[in-house]
Design a protein around this ligand. Structure first.
Ligand code: NAD
Length: 393
């Protein structure tokens, strides 16, 4: 029987592992099974655009069977329930059991609610295509309710967290909601759009001048930023703040942070605060036949004290390292150490504005060049995985 590679998760890490492993291993050398809870590879860096209604679902959800056509990858649509690395088996929600010679865990991260009362029950998140569709439908339904009742809470949206996810989402709302309001006969001036950030500033990843540029651009389009104040509680229609204020809002979207996937944290793989620990070759520190890619692993630069951030560009590169290393596990040779290249970070501020830093010397971009660069980086990714094909077929 040929060797069996089992990949859990078809996000950036899982897809790049499958594609890279297939470049180095023929179908007779290794079978590859990819398990994912959706039948699509989701471009989560673009979900804010789906939530705002500026792109269609087909642009951010690529069917796995099309993406992996001719790659001899067995796609299983199921949810991983339990990983048993000592027994070399993985149990699915359906009850199906998958065995492996090499396992790749690329299950991503989950929303962190930090135990804030009422938040999980009363907020929406932006982690999947379904979440983005839910946000768009909810906002529209609440605007309809506002039109009918005049209840101000129905025209109030609070985005909790001013990291890149939160700011990119308010940017889409700022661009799209005036048009949505016009179509419903609502004055956009009646809509309150808040972004609440516990830290002293939004987008702390960027230098001060780019933060100021981003805030100014979004405030001009109707966003109100509340910074230095944490959200402490949420109910169906209210958001409580640490300074004692309460915002009445029927739409609460939480983008306050991520944590390791609990399936990985409880698997028996060596872990650190819920994320699997890895060697420089991205093997589990406890189980060398298990590789990790993406947010579910905690990866430190050699000699560094702070782990790499959980980003798509790193998950993509981890997948490529893992795809090659798994072939070395079977065929011999020297595994690659994970040595990422940072191309920069770009945050969109709606359809026509963005800020970011690119390249090794952190060149700053803003406005149209940043917007075009952000578009280009998405197209570059899609073309890298041959995903442009699925958009037109
Ligand atoms: P994040 O952790 O980067 O940001 C969450 C923000 O929420 C933080 O600024 C935090 O201070 C704030 N927060 C936490 N608790 C709060 C509270 N109680 N009240 C108010 N604010 C609170 O999370 P993210 O934005 O989802 O990003 C996750 C990762 O993905 C990051 O590494 C990010 O760089 C990356 N990302 C990148 C892009 C891009 O490159 N365009 C887009 C989205 C996400």
């Amino acid at each position: 029987m040929s060797k069996q590679i089992l990949i859990l998760g078809a996000g950036y890490g899982g897809i790049l592992t499958a594609l890279t492993a297939r470049q180095h291993l023929s179908a007779s050398e290794a079978g590859i099974t990819l398990v994912n809870r959706f039948p699509t590879h989701q471009i989560i860096t673009e979900l804010h655009r789906l939530a705002g209604g500026t792109v269609a679902e087909g642009a951010v959800a690529l069917p796995l069977n099309k993406l992996l056509r001719d790659k001899n990858v067995n796609v299983v649509v199921d949810t991983v329930k339990e990983i048993k690395p000592d027994e070399k088996v993985v149990v699915m929600e359906s009850g199906q059991v998958q065995r492996y010679h090499a396992l790749v865990v690329a299950l991503g991260s989950e929303t962190n609610y930090f135990g804030i009362p009422g938040l999980e029950e009363n907020s929406l998140v932006l982690k999947s295509v379904a979440d983005a569709n839910r946000i768009r439908a909810h906002v529209e339904a609440k605007l309809d309710a506002y039109k009918a009742s005049g209840n101000k809470a129905d025209a109030t949206i609070v985005v909790g967290g001013g990291g890149l996810t939160g700011v990119e989402l308010v940017g889409e709302f700022a661009d799209k909601l005036p048009e949505v309001c016009r179509s419903k006969g609502i004055d956009f001036a009646d809509v309150s759009l808040y972004c609440v950030e516990a830290g002293p500033a939004v987008l702390p990843i960027f230098p001060k001048n780019l933060i100021e540029r981003a805030v100014e651009s979004l405030e001009k389009r109707g966003v109100t930023f509340i910074t230095g104040v944490a959200i402490t509680e949420a109910t169906k229609n209210t958001v409580s703040l640490k300074d004692g204020n309460t915002i009445e809002a029927s739409t609460i979207i939480w983008t306050g942070g991520v944590k390791g996937n609990p399936v990985v944290g409880s698997s028996g793989l060596a872990e650190d605060r819920g994320r699997a620990t890895v060697t420089p070759t991205l093997q589990s520190t406890s189980h060398p036949d298990v590789f990790l890619a993406g947010d579910c692993a905690v990866v430190f630069p050699e000699g560094g004290e702070r782990p790499y951030p959980p980003t798509a560009q790193l998950a993509w590169q981890m997948g490529e390292t893992v795809g090659y290393n798994v072939s070395v596990l079977f065929k011999g040779g020297v595994m690659d150490k994970f040595n990422p290249v940072f191309s920069g970070t770009l945050g969109s501020l709606g359809r026509k504005d963005a800020v970011g830093t690119i390249g090794g010397n952190n060149t700053q971009l803003k406005g149209l060049p940043a917007t075009l660069m952000k578009e280009a980086s998405n197209i570059r990714y899609l073309s890298h995985i041959n995903g442009l094909f699925t958009l037109v077929h």
